[in-house]
Design a protein around this ligand. Structure first.
Ligand SMILES: *[C@@H]1O[C@H](CO)[C@@H](O)[C@H](O)[C@H]1NC(C)=O
Ligand SMILES: *[C@@H]1O[C@H](CO)[C@@H](O)[C@H](O)[C@H]1NC(C)=O
Ligand SMILES: *[C@@H]1O[C@H](CO)[C@@H](O)[C@H](O)[C@H]1NC(C)=O
Ligand SMILES: *[C@@H]1O[C@H](CO)[C@@H](O)[C@H](O)[C@H]1NC(C)=O
Ligand SMILES: *[C@@H]1O[C@H](CO)[C@@H](O)[C@H](O)[C@H]1NC(C)=O
Ligand SMILES: *[C@@H]1O[C@H](CO)[C@@H](O)[C@H](O)[C@H]1NC(C)=O
Ligand SMILES: *[C@@H]1O[C@H](CO)[C@@H](O)[C@H](O)[C@H]1NC(C)=O
Length: 379
């Protein structure tokens, strides 16, 4: 049994290393365009996180260069080539940057890039907890070791080299900066669950994961950041990877949206802890705007209104093969002979883990409506 288990863990690792990304495209289906006021006048955005926001860091790491994200069909819909984004096109951060009048955020690992509008430190596959901490829990971080604390070091190095006020980072001009801390932590749970931990065991990790996220928030405040968005986790029980891995004939395990209740409950548990922790830090720093990014409800809203928004496939991956959810962990998007759907803009899920550009666009719109006023941008 132990050997079997090792084999399946190994298989899972191989799969994950082969791959980690997802999705873009569909202006026509969003309905009447609502312009977003750019009154905050953001000059720069700094992003920390994982595959939900990586715009090209992982594929610039040695192991990441060999992942599916470095190749088509990733990027096919918008960029015409792979950029390292885990989708068929633009990510939420791309839509957010555009909406506030900034160019796409360059990945920090692209040494030739122009960082005058900010930088993206997010790495697909990364975790909130350091790889060594996860290793102590017998959880392997298979794709990258560039966890949140390492991304924070990159940020600090970047500020030290670009800001002349060494005493307090870029203080003085940090007013017009937007910091995105996440989504991050989702992979800590993904790896734990897919490597055999129970939901109960994973819930036990939540306080430590949330603390790691909040340490990052405090570091940014020390650097002088005053506008910080901290996104929560997706309802992961709606994603093809989990719907496949934990598929069951017991209808009691599914909620009214046919998503796996216990996994969505885990996400809500994480999000609840995160919101509580944000409250505490807000009280400590009343001058700093810290806003929770509600990915959970943004996705639920998209999911519930999918048909009206022009999506007719909510649970099957666009790029994938096999089973009820068109997903197979050992033959994922980007693998040999894995088919791609005809119209990604009608699918929510790109590769079974990440969303399509079209889905991200709807979520980004929902999030900006929700977040920008809280950052004082509609005043
Ligand atoms: C697409 O990306 C690959 C890998 O980064 C690169 O070798 C290739 O030249 C690119 N193709 C185009 C058309 O930009
Ligand atoms: C970097 O980008 C900014 C804004 O997009 C532009 O004004 C500036 O000229 C660019 N710098 C270089 C060195 O290309
Ligand atoms: C992460 O670090 C460990 C220990 O240094 C190393 O064995 C492993 O190969 C690294 N993993 C990746 C994906 O870089
Ligand atoms: C950046 O500069 C500060 C102040 O000099 C220093 O404490 C910190 O260690 C530096 N960070 C990095 C990553 O070099
Ligand atoms: C569900 O039931 C069918 C028919 O009894 C069985 O073949 C299948 O293995 C079951 N699936 C799961 C996930 O238990
Ligand atoms: C908050 O901002 C006000 C006005 O800029 C300043 O006087 C005060 O010291 C700040 N308080 C904190 C806790 O940073
Ligand atoms: C979704 O809509 C398209 C376009 O009308 C259609 O071709 C496709 O068969 C539909 N897919 C499903 C699963 O209903």
């Amino acid at each position: 049994m132990a050997a079997m288990r090792n084999v399946s863990v190994l298989l899972f690792l191989v799969v994950i290393v082969m791959f980690i990304g997802v999705g873009v495209e569909a202006a026509r289906m969003i309905g009447p365009h609502k312009p977003h006021p750019a009154r905050c006048d953001f000059h720069q955005i700094y992003q920390l996180g994982d595959s939900i926001s990586d715009t090209g860091n992982l594929i610039r790491e040695p192991a990441g260069a060999r992942t599916a994200f470095a190749h088509l069909p990733y990027g096919e819909t918008f960029f015409g080539n792979a950029t390292g984004r885990c989708s068929n096109g633009q990510l939420m951060i791309d839509f957010i940057a555009s909406a506030v009048g900034l160019p796409f955020l360059n990945p920090y690992k692209n040494v030739e890039a122009n960082f005058s509008s900010g930088a993206n430190f997010a790495v697909a596959g990364s975790t909130a907890l350091p790889a060594e901490t996860l290793a102590k829990m017998k959880i392997v971080s298979p794709v990258t070791n560039s966890s949140l604390s390492i991304q924070l070091d990159w940020m600090s190095t970047h500020f030290n080299s670009t800001c002349d006020n060494t005493k307090k980072g870029c203080a003085g001009n940090l007013q017009n900066l937007l910091f995105m801390v996440g989504e991050i932590g989702g992979n800590d749970y993904n790896y734990a669950l897919l490597q055999g931990k129970t939901t109960k065991q994973v819930k036990g990790m939540v306080p430590e994961v949330v603390s790691a996220v909040m340490r990052a928030v405090r570091t940014i405040i020390q650097l002088g950041g005053t506008r910080i968005v901290v996104p929560g986790n997706f309802p992961i029980g709606c994603l093809p990877i989990y719907l496949t891995a934990f598929q069951s004939n017991d209808s009691a395990l599914y909620d009214e949206n046919l998503c796996l209740s216990h996994l969505n409950s885990l996400s809500r548990y994480h999000n609840h802890h995160l919101k509580q922790a944000i409250k505490v830090v807000k009280q400590e720093f009343p001058n700093v705007s810290i806003v929770y990014g509600d990915y959970y409800n943004a996705f639920q809203s998209l999911y519930k209104n999918a048909a009206q928004l022009g999506f007719n496939v909510t649970q099957r991956s666009c790029c994938g093969t096999g089973g009820k959810y068109n997903f197979n962990l050992i033959n994922m998007c980007g693998g040999p002979n894995v088919p791609i759907c005809q119209d990604p803009s009608r699918h929510l899920s790109w590769d079974g883990i990440h969303l399509t550009e079209a889905a991200y666009k709807v979520m980004a719109t929902w999030l900006m409506d929700n977040i920008l006023p809280k950052l004082g941008c509609n005043a």
